[in-house]
Design a protein around this ligand. Sequence first.
Ligand SMILES: O=C(O)CCC(=O)C(=O)O
Ligand SMILES: [Fe+2]
Length: 353
Amino acid sequence: MEGKGDSVSSFTSAVSLDQLGVSFIPQRYVLPPSQRPCPQDVPISTTLPIIDMSNLGNQSLMSTTIDQIRIACKEIGCFQVIKHGIDISVMDEALEVAAEFFNLSNEEKMRLFSEDVHKPVRYGTSLNQARDEVYCWRDFIKHYSHPISDWIRMWPSNPSTYREKMGKYVKAVQVLQNQLLETIFKSLVLNPDYLHEEINGGSQTLAVNCYPACPQPALTLGIHPHSDYGSITLLLQTRSGLEIKDKNNNWVPVPYVEGALVVQLGDQMEVMSNGQHKSVIHRATVKGAEKRFSIVSLHSFAMDRKMGPALELVDEQNPKSYREFCFREFLDFISTNDITKGRFLDTLKMKKP
Ligand SMILES: O=C(O)CCC(=O)C(=O)O
Ligand SMILES: [Fe+2]
């Protein structure tokens, strides 16, 4: 059962352990006490805004909505959006087909198993089984999704409706991503067309996560604390479990809001805004009796194009606080570093003169 010695064919993922009905989690999932989720009775210090995106189309409400987004990006790097234009049926079908995928036999899913972060489609669990890391109680399928015409034929073909249903969601989320980026640029007083080419030539990766019910949820996590590397992330979930770190370093649970999507800013956005907007550190907890799914759309500016702080946001009072980088550097970072021990963003910070 222990992961490190597992051959790929006998690999026991968190979903398989749940199906086996284990009453204890294997040692490899047990976190040191300081990294375990906090007791539930800690008072919540930050309220995450819920932003009505339809207000952006209303002249009298537009500027207040942009202000709300600006404050959320500066203070937390995270907010929820409602009335965002994605049909509830498109979201529900994507979540249904995700659940069907994780219900497939272990053997079927393992055909897509890989630890290579450069692979355009991969199924896995934990961070990287090849290294001595503590695992997390999660199975996932990750696939490149933009441009969809290049990648969709590599996505899982089982369940048979996976490509069609997930494809509809992916396309809808791309439209919303563009609208959100435009609004975030406006919130920084940048041209809404800013980085147009980098966005069109950018990448989108879909992480479809399954957090099975866990017999000892207080000892482990579904995903370790990290920030996303890209520009923005849009997250659809079936229930609560996501937690963000606020500016006082407290973990704040993100409430489940029906029909809403969670927007998280990533490292590229913190760099681009020269530190005005924050890339949010987050993690996922697991529960004793309830399974949770999330579909996470990770957007990033063009893969090989270097990007740094917007020149419009750099002046004598606000010197450049990050060096330029490109997305590939991030992939190299995560394939050679244990991300539970250090943050990619910290490697980009410029020393103060
Ligand atoms: O599922 C969640 O709540 C978080 C997932 C996440 O952070 C990720 O896939 O990058
Ligand atoms: Fe994340």
